[in-house]
Write a new protein. Structure first.
Length: 100
């Protein structure tokens, strides 16, 4: 359980947490953020993955990384346009195919 280490670290953790407790706390967090929540976009995911790839390659292949960024962005745009025209199951199959 996550509660025991948190208690050991000095945090106040209730004995039990209900679904309503989680929703209430989530509401408090969102209010404290002023309801400003930045959801990740396809572009931000691509940039994150490209930056990690660049670190992995130690910035040794900037042309290759740039080409991968361009191709990924084009593919993502295509998928966004096509996603409104296909069923969810088709997208899941496509994603599984891309990851395998």
């Amino acid at each position: 359980s996550v509660a025991a280490p948190l208690r050991a670290a000095g945090f106040e953790v209730p004995e039990s947490v209900t679904h309503l407790d989680v929703l209430a706390y989530e509401g408090k967090m969102l209010k404290s953020l002023g309801w400003r929540v930045n959801l990740p976009t396809i572009g931000s995911w691509i940039e994150l993955l490209i930056s990690r790839l660049n670190v992995l390659l130690r910035n040794a292949c900037p042309d290759v990384v740039s080409w991968i960024r361009e191709q990924s962005t084009l593919a993502a745009r295509f998928l966004v346009v096509r996603s409104s025209q296909v069923e969810l199951g088709d997208l899941q199959a496509l994603a599984i195919g891309l990851l395998s």
